[in-house]
Design a protein around this ligand. Structure first.
Ligand code: NAP
Length: 304
């Protein structure tokens, strides 16, 4: 049976020229559990030592509904301040545009201040990839584009991305940007397959956006399936994982990476061994039959 192409050793984020590993590590949960700077540093080292160079955070990571806004960025900033050489080993991605308790704010004043605050917390003078976290329906995309273009021209950011945008919102922002979008970050996993058929990934390929997949294990549900559908998806992944000597979570990352859009799964684990294990997804190979078998299990109905 013929195999789908193996993922490349590195991917380039859109037209930015910025090279990243084909799998990323996310820090949504970094500031949980009272993690110390040294413990956070150990996780950063685990990712970098495993060859993972794209590290994803956001200003809102750490927010628990009442406090903690900025805590994940601040913790990473402490890691970078203690060990400045780490900064050059990573492509640093962050996000802004959600202002609790108000849901979203991408007005010029808010977004400009949010980016400056992220830079301060991260203790760096430049964020490699700055993403709008969720669309602000009340912000004109031309206004958002101006802020982002100005930030790029000022050297505060190197590239621009979006997350959780509809296709029309992505196209509208991209239309107004001088420095075009290079990434989009939707939720994609074997349990969240909408974007394979709703046009999101087709748009990413058309615009040359690198898709970064958030919650590639469904936020952990894939590891503990508790519905008929989730159990069926897990069983298909387990079958293929056993054949290739990997575990289910690695098979899930590998499944995403086999898609022609060049999906970069963002590992969510905050355990060093699991982060390192995730990088082994690069060694997986997929046949069309196996890839579609997982898709069919996730759909719950056969393809037409
Ligand atoms: P995930 O990989 O779907 O879930 C990770 C969770 O699964 C962790 O709690 C992890 O716990 C658990 N887990 C259990 N067994 C595991 C195993 N064998 N391997 C790996 N994890 C296992 O990802 P996520 O944390 O929901 O999201 C990943 C990243 O996506 C975030 O860090 C963030 O960067 C990004 N994200 C973005 C958005 C957005 O709106 N743009 C939203 C959500 C997330 P342990 O830590 O104990 O391993």
């Amino acid at each position: 049976m013929s195999q789908l192409p193996a993922p490349p050793a590195t991917r380039t984020m859109g037209a930015s020229g910025i090279q990243v590993s084909p799998i990323a590590w996310g820090m949504w949960r970094l500031a949980e559990d009272g993690r110390s700077t040294a413990e956070a540093a150990a996780l950063v080292h685990a990712a970098l030592d495993a060859g993972i160079t794209l590290l994803d955070t956001a200003d809102i990571y750490g927010f628990d509904g009442t406090s903690g806004f900025g805590d994940a960025e601040a913790l990473l900033g402490e890691v970078l301040a203690a060990e400045p050489a780490l900064r050059g080993r990573m492509v640093l991605a962050s996000k802004g545009g959600i202002m609790p308790p108000l849901p979203y704010d991408q007005s010029t004043a808010y977004l400009t201040a949010a980016l400056d605050a992220s830079l301060r917390r991260l203790q760096t003078d430049m964020i490699d990839l700055y993403q709008i976290h969720r669309p602000d329906i009340l912000a004109h995309p031309q206004e958002v584009a101006r802020v982002l273009d100005d930030a790029l021209s000022a050297g505060k950011i190197r590239a621009i991305g979006v997350s959780n945008f509809t296709q029309a919102q992505t196209a509208a922002l991209n239309h107004f940007l001088d420095h075009k979008l290079v990434t989009t970050q939707p939720e994609i996993s074997p349990l969240r397959i909408d974007c394979f058929e709703n046009g999101e990934l087709d748009q990413a390929m058309m615009l040359g956006l690198t898709p970064l997949a958030w919650s590639p294990l469904g936020g952990g549900r894939l590891v503990k399936p508790d519905s008929v559908r989730e159990t069926a998806v897990a069983a298909e992944l387990d079958r293929i994982a056993a054949e290739q000597g990997v575990c289910r979570s690695v098979a899930a990352y590998g499944w995403l990476m086999a898609h022609p859009a060049g999906i970069v799964p963002i590992i969510g684990s905050q355990q060093a061994a699991r982060i390192a294990e995730g990088a082994s997804a690069l060694g997986m190979r997929w046949t069309r039959q196996d890839w579609y078998a997982v898709l069919v299990a996730a759909r719950g109905v056969n393809l037409p």
